[in-house]
Design a protein around this ligand. Structure first.
Ligand code: GLY
Length: 347
């Protein structure tokens, strides 16, 4: 599929066992030169040799850079180390950068590709479910500051996204399930059929179809609203409360999936209280999300969540855009003041 935005047309390939096409795809983007393969210490032992081998076979020169695994390395220090690596290896704008890994690797490498020499072409090869259905597509990239997550970043569409769903087979259940929170989110906001498929089946049995569906939704939204000022905001369902849960727990108590899962249930409940979401929707989401091992209760007092929401970078003039469900599969952007939000935030 193609994702056409003002800045670029990205090609997105989704399938099983397509990782070895990486070299051929790089070759279609640059006729000769170097490919910096940016990966992390968890993913490198699994796939780095294969990807570098495929690049070599295509007649290009791979240069491997391994980041220590973990969100704590998603910072400007790591970015700076990669800039130095690229400069020392004489990378120019006619070379290429390839991100091989989960969301953290994709974010860091995407940001480097947006800024090194004012921009160098890039390929994303996501290896986790959350990266395959969300972060590798749409061009948001960035790094954290001590003051907060993703405070530095860019919109930078990759040239190519290679989504090999067979890589998910070796993912441990906890990492796979963590990505299921984002999959459930697509069902909630856009796609009742997807939600019902998840209710009735084991997602591992339909994973390629599920990833294609989710990426299709993401591409549609990004096409309409690359810069996140309208429709794309719907992807934030569950994330206003979810980010606040992560922040209140100092980003260590909950994974992103756990926080978003609890956030979706809570935001569905807020929608019910406001009379926008049909009663019983939050229970239906709870039943589905529990199957992936998520806790669905708010893990801290509502007051703490509200305090963390107040510091959200998306708040303007005491108002934020909350995403609410009109039904499973249908969402709306609902502007709300912090005062109104407080009045509907129950324990
Ligand atoms: N992860 C949400 C977005 O890309 O807009």
């Amino acid at each position: 599929m193609e994702l056409v935005t003002k800045s670029k047309t990205s090609v997105i390939d989704i399938g099983e066992a397509i990782l070895d096409n990486a070299g051929h795809i790089c070759k279609s983007l640059i006729k000769s030169g170097k490919v910096a393969v940016i990966t992390d210490s968890n993913v490198a032992p699994l796939y780095a040799v294969r990807v570098c081998g495929s690049i070599k076979k295509a007649g290009l020169c791979p240069a491997l850079f391994i980041i220590p695994a973990g969100e704590e390395y998603k910072n400007l220090n790591t970015v700076s180390e990669i800039y130095n690596f690229l400069a020392e290896n004489l990378f120019t704008r006619s070379d290429l950068l390839l991100a091989l890994g989960g969301g953290v690797t994709g974010d860091i490498a995407g940001f480097v590709s947006a800024t090194y020499l004012r921009g160098i072409n890039s390929v994303q090869v996501p290896t986790t479910l959350v990266a395959q259905v969300d972060s590798s597509v749409g061009g948001k990239c960035g790094v954290d500051l001590p003051a907060g997550k993703n405070l530095i970043g860019a919109f930078n569409q990759p040239d190519y996204v290679i989504i090999d769903t067979s890589l998910l087979k070796t993912l441990p259940d906890n990492i796979f399930n963590d990505g299921m929170a984002e999959v459930v989110k697509y069902g909630c906001i856009f796609d009742k059929d997807l939600f019902e498929l998840l209710e009735a089946n084991n997602p591992r049995d339909f994973i390629t179809e599920i990833v294609k569906t989710c990426v299709g939704h993401k591409a549609d939204v990004v096409k309409k609203d690359e810069r996140d000022t309208g429709e794309r905001m719907k992807l934030n369902f569950g994330h206003t409360v979810g980010h606040a849960i992560e922040k209140a727990g100092n980003y260590t108590s909950h994974t992103h999936g756990q926080a978003v899962a609890a956030g979706m249930v809570y935001e569905a409940r807020i929608g019910e209280i406001l009379g926008i979401t049909p009663k019983g929707t939050s229970e239906r989401i709870t039943a589905l999300i529990k199957r992936f091992g998520f806790e669905t209760r708010l893990p801290c007092p509502a007051g703490e969540v509200l305090d963390a929401i107040k510091a959200d970078k998306k708040i303007l003039d005491g108002r934020l855009n909350l995403i609410l469900l009109r039904d499973i599969g249908a969402s709306v952007i609902h502007p709300i003041t912090l005062r109104e939000l407080k009045s509907v935030m129950v324990v």
